[in-house]
Design a protein around this ligand. Structure first.
Ligand SMILES: CC(C)(COP(=O)(O)OP(=O)(O)OC[C@H]1O[C@@H](n2cnc3c(N)ncnc32)[C@H](O)[C@@H]1OP(=O)(O)O)[C@@H](O)C(=O)NCCC(=O)NCCS
Length: 144
């Protein structure tokens, strides 16, 4: 498996990863449009296994703060350590570009992701409740 900076011709594959990760998106979510926006505005890394794009992670820098806004692995490739490798890559990259901390938000119902973030040293800083939503968004943070 290798991790590379995503390019425009990875956009369709990344959109497929997002839609095949098992994540429950809101109805109008457009994965390709979202990916094209990420390619323009953020650092986007894609993991390829034997040439096939199987996971990706995004990292945005704002002042000294890095934010992971999208992170997904295709369902059938999950639980094989690819997610951990992608996250480690993004955390190293964040250090390289001099981020002091990393933040992310995760639904309180996403127990697997929360367990991973805890394992990597993220702690819950805030909880965001939104009207008409069954879940609460947890804002998690890790100092680098
Ligand atoms: C989060 C995600 C990227 C992780 O990718 P992955 O390739 O499966 O991650 P890894 O294989 O490195 O790690 C999986 C770990 O989760 C654990 N796990 C699996 N199911 C779990 C569950 N229901 N609850 C808690 N832990 C769980 C595994 O045991 C493994 O733990 P370990 O590292 O201690 O062995 C992937 O699950 C995903 O794409 N989810 C859908 C999108 C998503 O939720 N993204 C995050 C949005 S904030």
């Amino acid at each position: 498996m290798n991790i590379i900076r995503a390019k425009i011709n990875d956009a369709k594959d990344i959109a497929k990863i997002e839609m095949n990760s098992g994540y429950k998106h809101y109805k109008s979510f457009d994965a390709l449009k979202n990916t094209l926006k990420l390619l323009k505005e953020e650092n986007l890394f894609v993991a390829k296994d034997k040439g096939k794009a199987i996971g990706y992670i995004s990292l945005k820098k704002n002042k000294n703060v890095g934010e992971i806004s999208f992170f997904a692995v295709i369902k059938k490739f999950q639980n094989k350590g690819f997610g951990t490798k992608l996250a480690k890559f993004a955390l190293n990259y964040a250090l390289k570009i001099k981020c002091k901390k990393i933040v992310l938000s995760v639904k309180n119902t996403n127990l697997k992701a929360i367990a991973l973030y805890n394992k990597w040293g993220f702690i819950i800083k805030r909880k965001l409740r939104r009207k008409n939503k069954k879940y609460v968004k947890l804002i998690m943070e890790k100092k680098l």
